[in-house]
Ligand binder design. Structure first.
Ligand code: ADP
Length: 523
């Protein structure tokens, strides 16, 4: 079937992911890019693409006027925002409507009611959904924060009202720490969001992060599509997401109550499209609302694995007026996703840079949502996520085993000089992910949000490949051996000498051959 074009107001893996479903359904795709993204991978999936400005997101991917102008010029009818950038900005939704475009997502009104953290707390209070105890809205200053902290008891968490990505968050254990913590967190929030206002929440100890995927028809009906547990986090940011949630296996009543609460709120705000209710669950099975994300979530593939639903397909069909909300789909088996980032695997600081070559895992029940298929650049201007790797298994153990193999197959390499040494600043968290998938506590399923802090061996300064498990080293040595043998067989002696000389611009038979033994050192 032929539809009108969809403009994808995003970049990276999510732009590619949305484009694939558009193409499958017969929606032509309009892409946008900034000046530094003119060769970006996502543009390969677009029928037309337009530059929207310089590298700085403010001037390009966040430039509402420019994005709308491109939509008009290209003949697009729909705008899919992906996640991040303009995806949760009600004024963008309104700008689309004003320009006669259909925003693929919720209405500006329900975005305001649920997307704004403080407003959302008021909405769920009204609907009697439990939330973390704390101030109803922003506190004026450290003194007022102290007042709330005394009421709910220490430790507390100071959080930025404009927060996102775990920024502007500080744990405070006693009153003497409050003033400096408040000032520090507020300064960080002001820098990150242009808004330094803070609110106070009780710190839930050894918490689990569990979220409910919902889908609404915009007319007052909504369903849930099960949960995801995203407790394994660094710097309050998710790195491993799975469904079903291990913590809920022993709290079936909690699970049902969370589904019911999420659907009730979604219905009451006439929520349209995909959305996620985030909760904290404690060790006793109590749950507390944290926030709602009024968009498609990074970790949505986990839900797609266990439900068999293409969430982007549902979003597009709803926007096109061709969707009838079904019953909650059955969920089958276990899915896990990990996020491969360009970051230091020891302190998790971003480490973007040029990418020489990449190899994503393949095989049964493995999915790779990657921003790259070959050489490129992990830009310092944007989120340093390289790819999401997800797997499905009939049981959690099977999913973990498949993920282990998938991660062992994954390769990310910086460019190499002619002498084989690495060039540029790119590092990845691949070695960290390989340790995580082998960790006993992770396998056991007791994944509280402080797991990484409780397991310093996950971030210690020795790489998996320099201290490999038997299986790891076997695969590795075998792969190197096969590649090398193949290379020697396939090339004449003369070839071999020229292939080693980058000044001839000749590509190696396999980028892994000469660099294999060094991998792991800079992961
Ligand atoms: P952001 O919007 O910045 O991502 P969230 O409110 O979603 O912030 O919280 C991010 C993470 O921080 C949660 O997943 C959880 O791990 C931790 N967190 C947030 N609030 C609390 C709390 N009250 N107690 C314990 N941990 C919390």
């Amino acid at each position: 079937m032929k539809h009108a074009p969809v403009l994808i107001a995003n970049r990276g893996e999510i732009a590619t992911r949305v484009a694939r479903t558009c193409r499958a359904l017969g929606f032509p795709v309009v892409g946008i890019y900034s000046e530094v993204d003119q060769f970006a991978e996502h543009l390969r999936y677009c029928d037309q693409s337009y530059c929207v400005g310089p590298a700085s997101p403010k001037e390009s991917y966040l430039n509402v006027e420019r994005v709308i102008e491109v939509a008009r010029k290209s003949g697009a009818k729909y705008v899919h925002p992906g996640y991040g950038f303009l995806s949760e900005r009600p004024h963008f939704v309104e700008a689309c409507e004003k320009a006669g475009l259909i925003f693929v997502g919720p209405s500006a009104e329900s975005m305001r009611l649920m997307g704004d953290k403080i407003q959302a707390r008021a909405t769920v209070d009204r609907l009697k959904v439990p939330r973390v105890p704390g101030s109803a809205g922003a506190v004026k200053n450290a003194e007022e924060a102290k007042h709330f902290a005394r009421e709910i008891g220490y430790p507390i968490l100071l959080k930025a009202t404009a927060g996102g990505g775990g920024k502007g968050m500080r744990r405070v254990d006693s009153e003497v720490e409050m003033i400096s913590a408040f000032e520090g967190a507020s300064r960080e929030a002001l820098g990150a969001f242009g808004d330094g206002s803070m609110y106070v929440e009780k710190l839930i100890l050894e918490p689990h992060h569990v979220e409910i995927q919902v889908f609404g028809d915009g007319k007052g009906d909504a369903i849930h599509l099960g949960e995801r547990e995203c407790s394994i986090q660094r710097r309050h940011q998710k790195v491993w997401e799975e469904s079903p949630a291990p913590i809920l296996e022993k709290f079936q009543k909690t699970r049902e109550a969370m589904y019911e609460a999420a659907v009730r709120v979604a219905k009451s705000v006439k929520y349209a499209s995909a959305g996620t209710f985030e909760f904290i669950v404690d060790g006793q099975g109590n749950f507390y609302f944290l926030e709602m994300n009024t968009r498609l979530q990074v970790e949505h593939p986990v839900t797609e694995w266990v439900t068999g639903v293409d969430l982007v397909e549902w979003q597009l069909l709803l926007a096109a007026g061709k969707f009838a909300l079904p019953k909650t789909p059955e969920r089958r088996g276990n899915a896990i996703e990990v996020r491969l980032y360009a970051e230091d695997p020891h302190n998790f600081l971003p480490a973007p840079g040029p990418l020489g070559a990449i190899q994503m895992p393949q095989g049964a029940f493995v999915r790779a949502d990657s921003a790259f298929t070959d050489a490129g650049e992990v830009s310092l201007h944007y989120d340093p996520m390289i790819a999401k790797i997800s797997v499905w298994g009939g049981t959690r153990e099977q999913a973990i085993d498949r993920l282990r193999v998938a991660l062992d197959e994954t390769r990310v390499q910086p460019p190499r000089r002619a002498d084989g040494t690495a060039q540029g600043s790119l590092r990845t968290n691949l070695s960290f992910l390989k340790r995580l998938v082998r960790n006993g506590t992770v396998r056991g399923g007791n994944t509280t949000t402080d797991l990484i802090a409780r397991h310093p061996e996950l971030t210690q300064n020795s790489s998996v490949t320099s201290n490999p498990s038997a299986a790891d080293s076997l695969t590795w040595e075998a792969a190197v051996g096969v590649c090398l043998a193949q290379f020697l067989r396939d090339s004449s002696p003369q070839d071999r000498s020229t292939k080693n000389d980058s000044s001839h611009g000749v590509r190696f038979a396999s980028p892994w051959v000469l660099t294999a033994r060094r991998e792991g050192v800079r992961e």
